[in-house]
Design a protein around this ligand. Structure first.
Ligand SMILES: [Zn+2]
Length: 622
């Protein structure tokens, strides 16, 4: 995912756990024991595992409910209770087998974050269970948008966000990333709308309003995803294309023109793309993340549609997840760095293949700035800065910050610098290949790594120092960007009152602008702020990344009151958490909580639950 919770003056481009448990002695037992280690799921797949999930759903926009049934194919090891994860679902009936015999079920007590264990009585030989249910207003994966919240303004819209543990809010299932399933779906919607999923997709609307889907590769349940709206499709290459509302389609296709090239570059690095098609859907602005790597169909924020193709590293990131994350998946949310650290590394290699090393170095340096700010915010000694997290009893979403992404990246980059790129590439290719369609934990990775790259060849480096200890270990790889070195000089010159009207900034990329703005001091006087805005037009930038860092700077420099209406317009229209967090946090830290709340009250109805959950906490609503 490209998302990131951002602390302090931080921003990144892309975006969006120890193991004292006893492990078994052989591979099968080990896997089964690992599955039970997921503290964020009630499912007990070592007793009864779900293998396939068939959805038969009807989507009712007037009541904002999804109704229907899920049929679960089971691998039953002779047990008589099936445990499923549910949260805020209305369970109506449960039946067993082809003949749909009624059975008894219990919804256990609600546990914070996790929801309720749906315990279903089955027979030792039962291999098929049907659950009839409907979603509720508390089904947090779903964001229902009114026609007014879409680009077309004429038809409603719905999208889902499953990661980390929200799939259980719209589908009763064993919602653990360690439990891989295939799925199929039949979805009925109003005739004027079209449905797409993380599966084989239609490329045009049909006139029945009924759509069928199939995902034949086993995936973790957080990757089940659906979007419904007035959608259109445009192919970009042989295997690639883009979906969007018709009003956004051409702009989106222009922005993603290099997608097929990215796919080829990715395959050249780490092996064949195993998912068939790779398409992207551009969602309405309330989408809480930069992107979500739903297989075959990345969900993306429209804030990367800038008209200058400057933010497409996000697509490289989500595409890279087709290997790291979707093909090889973190077994629990404590192991989240296995998804994101590898993906950030892979993403930057794709960007380097297409646009050169200096471009990738700029991305890496911005990421490093984020990482340092996040560590400072969490505390140098905080256990939350370990790569392997301890999220038991907490929301799985708490681990989704720069540590997994950027500390993970930095460790991999350090390994590359020690053993050399060709050796590291060979390792990664073999790692993805040998663990394809598996969910693995950190310990498994460490054992695998040392079996291929002996400790003795690594000098002072150890995986353990990065994974089980806080902060950034000494001796890590250091990025250098020639372009950013020039920008650093410009920052100095500006502080010394150089005349910025005489600067030639025509060739500056978004990344150079971001580096410039982020590195300006927090105590600039109002004249200087005003001058910056006048000459570079920051407050009216069409680029959300630039707007975000500029507003943040303006908040800390006391300039925000001059552009308050623009800040409000931005926060009301955009729901991407990475942008929201530093701005609301900045307002709070500069004693402008009242202004923050005034804007938030207006903006909140436009945000997905993932974003409101974070902002409610930040602003003291819970
Ligand atoms: Zn990601």
């Amino acid at each position: 995912m490209l998302q990131k919770l951002v602390f302090f003056l931080s921003i990144t481009f892309l975006w969006t756990q120890c193991t004292s448990e006893k492990k078994g002695n052989n591979t099968t037992n080990k896997l089964q024991n690992d599955l039970t280690m997921d503290h964020h799921s009630f499912g007990k797949p070592n007793e009864i595992a779900t293998k396939h999930l068939a959805l038969d759903l009807e989507v009712d926009f007037s009541s904002q409910k999804i109704k229907g049934k899920v049929s679960l194919t089971l691998e039953n090891h002779g047990f008589t209770t099936l445990h499923l994860d549910t949260r805020n679902l209305n369970i109506q009936k449960v039946t067993l087998g082809e003949k749909e015999e009624k059975t008894v079920f219990t919804l256990e007590d609600t546990i914070p974050f996790l929801g309720q264990d749906l315990a279903i009585e089955v027979k030792p030989e039962t291999n098929l269970v049907h659950v009839y249910y409907e979603t509720t207003a508390g089904s947090d994966a779903l964001q229902w948008l009114s026609a007014a919240q879409t680009s077309g303004k004429s038809l409603p819209y719905l999208f889902t966000q499953g990661q980390a543990i929200l799939t259980r809010t719209w589908i009763p299932c064993q919602d653990s990333p360690g439990n891989r399933i295939t799925y199929s779906a039949r979805v009925k919607v109003p005739q004027e709308l079209m449905v797409v999923m993380s599966a084989d997709n239609p490329q045009a609307k049909n006139n029945t309003g009924i759509y069928a889907f199939e995902m034949k590769q086993p995936i973790p349940p957080y990757l089940i995803a659906m979007t419904i709206g007035n959608l259109a499709f445009k192919p970009l290459g042989e295997r690639t294309g883009v979906y969007a509302e018709p009003e956004m389609l051409e702009k989106s296709a222009y922005e993603f023109v290099d997608m097929e090239k990215m796919l080829i570059a990715a395959e050249n690095l780490y092996g064949k793309y195993l998912w068939g098609r790779y398409d992207v859907i551009v969602l309405p602005p309330s989408f809480p993340f930069g992107g979500m790597e739903n297989p075959k169909l990345t969900f993306a924020t429209p804030t990367i549609i800038t008209g200058d193709r400057s933010l497409t590293s996000l697509v490289a990131h989500e595409l890279a997840h087709s290997w790291s994350g979707n093909l090889v998946t973190n077994a629990t949310w404590n192991d989240f760095w296995l998804n994101e650290g590898f993906t950030v590394y892979f993403e930057r290699r794709i960007m380097e293949s297409l646009y050169g090393a200096d471009y990738a170095e700029m991305l890496a340096l911005l990421g490093y700035q984020d990482l340092k700010a996040t560590i400072e915010s969490l505390g140098q000694d905080s256990a939350d800065t370990h790569l392997f997290l301890a999220l038991k009893g907490r929301d799985a979403d708490d681990g989704m910050n720069d540590i997994a992404y950027e500390k993970g990246y930095l460790m991999l980059r350090t390994i590359e610098s020690i053993i050399g790129r060709s050796k590291f590439d060979a390792f990664l290719k073999e790692y993805f290949h040998s663990h394809a369609f598996q969910s693995i934990d950190t310990k498994t990775f460490i054992d695998y790594f040392y079996s291929k790259i002996p400790k003795a060849t690594l000098g002072d480096f150890t995986l353990e120092a990065w994974i089980y200890a806080p902060g950034i270990p000494a001796g890590h790889y250091e990025n250098k960007s020639k372009k950013f070195a020039l920008i650093d000089k410009k920052v100095e010159a500006f502080i010394k009152n150089d005349d910025i009207r005489k600067w030639d900034t025509k060739s500056w990329t978004t990344h150079e602008w971001l580096h410039f703005i982020r590195n300006l001091p927090k105590d600039l006087d109002q004249e200087k702020m005003k001058n910056l805005d006048l000459v570079f037009n920051f407050s009216d930038s069409g680029n959300a990344e630039i707007l975000d860092v500029w507003f943040e700077l303006a908040i800390y420099n006391g300039y925000i009151h001059s552009i308050e209406d623009k800040l409000e317009a931005f926060l009301v229209s955009v729901g991407r958490r990475k942008f929201l967090t530093p701005l609301y946090k900045g307002l709070k830290e500069t004693n402008q909580l009242e202004l923050a709340k005034k804007i938030y009250n207006k903006a909140r109805p436009n945000y997905h639950s993932v974003a409101t959950h974070t902002m409610d906490e930040l602003l003291g609503y819970k």
